[in-house]
Design a protein around this ligand. Structure first.
Ligand code: BTN
Length: 245
């Protein structure tokens, strides 16, 4: 967690609440009310934590870093940039499953250590970057189906604040680098490259080999035959993950 003592602009002002529906809800309200770039909302517990694709985000009280940042005029590949920053602090062996699930390998499958949810109004120049990172989560405290797919840093709860400090430094550093540099770093962390993936589009189930990301962050798919495709949103699944569903 190098650089955690550096002074950063992100994280000020900060609202910390013991319990809320979702830190993204609070940050969104603050953004609409004109909160400055870098405003941070953290919570010990969320009662309606949100994930991508309409899913929920579950973390027992006090077990995880739950944060949302208000960002003004953030660069377009914000979800990918944030994923790289989370990997910066989570340590070696942590990878990204396109677009921005932070994962660790578990045999042929992947376990999820952190999730990122970006929401906002680009026309009004603001975004909310929500991150949930399982710092001190005990897998046995999760509902059993989630415990099979989650990962944790396995640190004590006292590590949540230093992890936040390190993540703010990492985010600030990544926000200051070029989009090309961010994409290059992301490619080094790609957990899917070369692996067979499955996804659904227009009610059809499709498969192909993940071929990395293109210059706009889309996932390139190399099918068994025919031309390559590029996915710009959604989710893909690995063979080893299919039987966990
Ligand atoms: C995902 O993997 O689907 C994204 C999960 C994002 C969870 C974080 S926790 C803090 C912030 N508040 C929310 O309601 N969601 C994000």
């Amino acid at each position: 967690m190098s650089g955690a003592t550096q002074s950063v602009a992100l994280g000020r002002p900060r609202l910390h609440v013991r319990r809320t529906t979702s830190t993204n809800d609070r940050a969104r309200e603050l953004a609409i009310a004109g909160a400055p770039h870098g405003t941070l909302v953290t919570a010990a517990e969320q009662t309606a934590g949100r994930g991508r694709m309409g899913r929920s985000w579950t973390a027992p009280a006090g077990s995880s870093l739950l944060m949302s940042l208000v960002l003004r005029d953030a660069p377009a590949p914000l979800p990918l940039l944030a994923a790289v920053a989370v990997c910066d602090v989570a340590g070696p062996g942590v990878q990204v499953k396109w677009p921005n699930d932070i994962v660790v390998q578990d045999g042929e499958g992947l376990r999820k250590l952190a999730g990122i949810l970006t929401e906002g109004r680009p026309q009004q120049g603001w975004a909310v970057l929500g991150i949930g990172l399982n710092v001190a989560l005990r897998l046995e405290d999760l509902p059993s189906e989630l415990g099979k797919t989650a990962a944790t840093l396995g640190l004590p709860p006292s590590a949540i604040e230093p992890t936040l400090a390190g993540l703010l430094v990492a985010l600030e550093r990544r926000l200051a680098t070029s989009v090309q540099a961010t994409l290059a770093e992301w490619r080094k962390l790609d957990a899917l490259r070369g692996r067979e993936v499955f996804w659904s589009a227009n009610g059809r189930h499709l498969s192909g080999r993940a071929g990395g990301i293109d210059e706009t962050g889309r996932l390139v798919i190399v099918p068994a035959k025919g031309p390559c495709a590029a996915l710009d949103a959604g989710e893909v699944v690995l063979w080893a993950e299919l039987d966990k569903r």
